[in-house]
Write a protein that binds this ligand. Structure first.
Ligand code: ZN
Length: 286
């Protein structure tokens, strides 16, 4: 099952068709995309049975109308250094426990947005984002997948100067500017993937003249703490809540790790794609 937020209304989607959930369920499920996670299991049981393309009420999917699949998460958890090669390019040792920070929830945005550059050291981080369905504390690794609503694509945009300002550093501030947590284009449930632990993840920078540069190209098989392990470890401290987002870390290829370093500039566009989910796009302005 794939769901989307279409101009603030929850929809089921399949390829180029969309189906409004409140209408198709005759009011059983609310139109608010943020409300669905609290009742995730009954929604998923209903939604999985629907053939969107064949449904008489389905309509053409307008990609430009897509917004964040979980638009108002109460918590947005970021995990740093969760790919071994990215830890190395950051000049930091491989963590023994997940390195955790928050992206404040007001930074969450949809899959196609303009971003005002707050500084000249804004960097990209392609990330697989877990959307929490059923919440909980002290979730066993063996039960962790049953707490996931699905996966979406995210960018953990990071203003590096702010992030590394002071001692200790200010990760959460550097990563929480307006539109610094774009997500989408859809939420895909785990049964949508042949192997949900093995997804190609890529970032392209598109210059003002259309030139494309592939800067990140990896696989989620490289996660130091895989998704189920992460959920278990995080839930020992944090009560996970329906709709929460977990940014699971970025593969190598960020601008900070390049020699010379390279950051996002006025007029550039970032395109981040994860196999089986889709792509998100941000355009940057000085
Ligand atoms: Zn990150």
């Amino acid at each position: 099952m794939r769901i989307a937020n279409i101009t603030g209304r929850l929809a089921l989607v399949a390829e180029d068709r969309a189906l409004d959930v409140e209408t198709a369920s005759e009011g059983r499920f609310h139109s608010d995309p943020a409300a669905v996670f609290a009742d995730w299991e009954s929604f998923a049981a209903w939604g999985t049975e629907i053939d969107v393309a064949a449904h008489p009420l389905s309509t053409p999917l307008q990609a430009s109308a897509l917004a964040a699949p979980s638009p108002r998460p109460r918590q947005v958890i970021g995990v740093g250094l969760n790919y071994a090669d990215h830890a190395a390019e950051s000049g930091l040792p491989l963590p023994e426990q997940p390195v955790v920070f928050t992206k404040f929830a007001s930074s969450v945005a949809g899959p196609d947005v303009d971003v005002q550059l707050p500084g000249d050291t804004v960097d990209w981080e392609a990330e697989l984002v877990v959307v929490v369905g059923r919440g909980g504390r002290n979730i066993a690794e063996a039960d962790a997948l049953s707490h996931i609503a699905g996966y979406t694509v995210g960018q953990d945009l990071s203003e590096r100067t702010v992030q590394w300002q002071g001692t200790p550093a200010q990760f959460s501030m550097g990563k929480s500017f307006e539109n610094f947590a774009p997500t989408g284009p859809v939420l895909a449930t785990l049964d949508e993937f042949a192997d949900h632990n093995n997804l190609a993840i890529q970032t392209l920078i598109i210059g003002p003249d259309g030139t494309e540069t592939r800067v990140q190209d990896s696989s989620t098989t490289q996660l130091v703490f895989p998704v189920a392990d992460l959920i278990s470890r995080l839930s020992r401290t944090i009560e996970l809540l329906p709709g929460d987002l977990i940014f699971t870390g970025t593969p190598p290829g960020v601008g900070m790790g390049m020699d010379p370093q390279r950051f996002l500039q006025d007029g550039e566009t970032l395109r981040t794609e994860i196999e089986g989910i889709g792509a998100i796009v941000q355009r940057f302005h000085a």
